[in-house]
Design a protein around this ligand. Structure first.
Ligand code: THU
Length: 292
């Protein structure tokens, strides 16, 4: 199963700033609970951020999860704290801490990871692992790394893999991307209860209100779920650069996580080169169903 990220560090061994940010996360979870903001899950989460603005001034921000009757508008603690900081002009994050009150040791979800890396992959990440406020210390960038395998040329792929690459590349032209201008396509290969295999396709579908956009991978995964196919899953997806860090959006990885912790992912580059990756590698120490 998935290895925890970072190095175990006792609260007493943290710097003054780090201690303050850890306390903010603990307080954030308490505030979310106090205001009944996590009324759907009863799963209070808190986050703390120390960030720097353009003048080099430093400020701290806290946050807790804010839920909605309809799940998608729910904002995780990390994103609440991050948007508070960014909105005040503090866009360079230095320290980020996270605390799940009922599941200490939890780690940010894929959507939060995607937002956090935008404001500093070099920031220190403190995942609080117990009620004594001890942490695991890593970097925010560790939350969305790249794949480790070498890139393979199209000619060196198996016949089946070449077919998938051709098919997924051909689909890209159907993407609706007037705003992002980043056409993407995905194939989700999976089995139903009877062991029958099928391939589900998806393309990116932008929305004028950006947050309402659907990513190719999630479209494919959700079609599969609708048809009752959710076993032995495998994702094939076009990406800008299969060898870069964070080749697939955190949101897609989080949706894939619901099908299991370690699905194979085939990253297809614009030149039809391929990198074979796994979910646990691209979304290490993931937040999954076991937490709730
Ligand atoms: N949650 C967070 O606040 N942060 C995470 O990284 C994972 C999940 C919240 C969202 C929702 O309110 C509840 O926990 C259950 O998912």
């Amino acid at each position: 199963m998935t290895q925890p990220l970072g190095i175990f560090t006792r609260f007493e061994a943290l710097s003054v700033d780090e201690k303050q940010i850890v306390d903010l996360a603990v307080g954030g979870a308490a505030t979310s609970a106090r205001h009944s903001l996590c009324f759907k899950s009863d799963f209070p989460v808190g986050a703390g951020i120390l960030a720097v603005n353009e003048k080099g001034e430093t400020r701290v921000f806290g946050g807790g999860n804010v839920e909605n009757d309809w799940f998608p508008p729910t904002i995780c603690a990390e994103r609440t704290a991050a948007t508070r900081a960014a909105f005040e002009g503090y866009k360079q994050f230095r320290i980020v801490s996270v605390f799940c009150r009922k599941f200490p040791g939890g780690s940010p979800c894929g959507l939060c990871r995607q937002l956090l890396v935008q404001f500093g992959r070099d920031a220190t990440l403190l995942n609080i692992v117990d009620h004594e406020r001890n942490v695991r210390k890593a970097l925010v960038g560790d939350l969305l790394p790249g794949a480790s395998a070498a890139s393979m040329a199209f000619a060196d792929l198996s016949g089946d893999e070449q077919k998938l690459v051709r098919r997924v590349n051909g689909l890209k032209q159907r993407a609706h991307v007037p705003y992002s201008k980043r056409p993407r396509a995905a194939l989700f290969i999976c089995e139903n209860e009877k062991g029958v295999q099928r391939v589900f396709a998806g393309v990116s579908d932008d929305n004028a209100s950006y947050g309402g956009s659907a990513l190719a991978e999630t479209v494919a995964m959700r079609s599969a779920r609708t048809a009752g196919f959710a076993r032995n899953v495998r994702l094939v997806v076009t990406v800008d650069d299969p060898t870069s860090v964070n080749p697939v959006e955190g949101e897609c990885l989080q949706v894939l996580r619901e099908f299991g912790a370690d699905a194979p992912i085939m990253l297809v580059g614009p030149d039809r080169s391929v990198v074979h990756a796994r979910l646990d590698e691209l979304l290490p120490d993931s937040f999954g169903p076991e937490a709730l």
